[in-house]
Unconditional design. Structure first.
Length: 255
């Protein structure tokens, strides 16, 4: 991996969806980006597509494997290469009734939180050693509101934990000039739904949720990336500890 000649952004889960859209916007703002993803094929595609916008590097890491997590932690621990921005966008979502949840289902969500926790710790240490930075976590509307049609107890528990972590880190890291915020999306067109929806039926299935949102449509990855970019930017210099609803109005009320 080539060293950057300036501070960079680290995006966990950056090879598709919201992470990918955020990487594109950062690159368009002349900020070098490192994206972390589990699929080498997706990483290669993302690097090929995004390289025309700026300097991008990739790290292949399965966040359920301790050795892979440690490689990302070690990478972030190189204080001579400053991290200015961190976006935690990795996710998994498969609605499962509470009475049918298994230990493996539960661990799928909570182990991902564990990986995010220690990668964020390493990135925050880097930021603290280099004058500060900004972190945005991708949470979820499901952490705030139960939806009977999509039973998501373990997922919501994990995302609620991420929301809580956002507020705690905002308090603890403020003295290091590090701001920490989160976005809380509703239904957004991303590959995360392919875990339980046939890809050939994905558009039609997600479109059926358009009327669920007061604005009248589901979100795009770029809708959320736009808000993430603002929260990372200097324009949001007085915003920390916030969990912003980016949800087409769902938390205000549903149709």
């Amino acid at each position: 991996m080539k060293p950057f000649n300036q501070s960079y952004a680290l995006i966990i889960g950056g090879s598709s969806g919201i992470g990918y859209a955020t990487a594109k916007r950062l690159l368009e703002s002349n900020i070098p980006v490192v994206i972390v993803g589990s699929s080498m094929e997706k990483l290669k595609t993302a690097q090929s597509e995004l390289s025309r916008f700026g300097q991008i590097e990739t790290i292949q890491a399965n966040l359920y494997h301790e050795a892979d997590i440690q490689r990302v932690v070690d990478f972030a621990g190189n204080f001579s290469q400053p991290i200015r921005f961190l976006v935690n966008a990795a996710g998994y979502f498969k609605p499962t009734p509470f009475l049918e949840h298994t230990a493996n289902d539960y661990n799928t969500y909570l182990d991902l939180n564990r990986a995010s926790f220690f990668i964020t710790q390493a990135a925050a240490r880097n930021m603290a050693a280099n004058g500060g930075g900004a972190i945005v976590n991708v949470g979820s509307m499901w952490a705030k509101q139960a939806i009977k049609a999509t039973p998501s107890s373990a997922y919501s528990m994990a995302k609620a934990g991420l929301h809580a972590l956002t507020q705690h880190l905002a308090m603890e890291l403020a003295d290091h000039n590090i701001r920490v915020n989160a976005v809380s999306p509703a239904v957004v067109r991303t590959p995360i739904y392919e875990a339980f929806i046939d890809p050939t039926e994905l558009d039609a299935t997600l479109s059926s949720f358009n009327s669920f949102h007061p604005i009248g449509r589901i979100g795009s990855a770029d809708d959320v990336a736009t808000t993430i970019m603002f929260l990372l930017s200097y324009e949001a210099k007085w915003v920390t500890g916030a969990v912003w609803d980016v949800d087409g109005g769902v938390m205000a009320g549903r149709n």
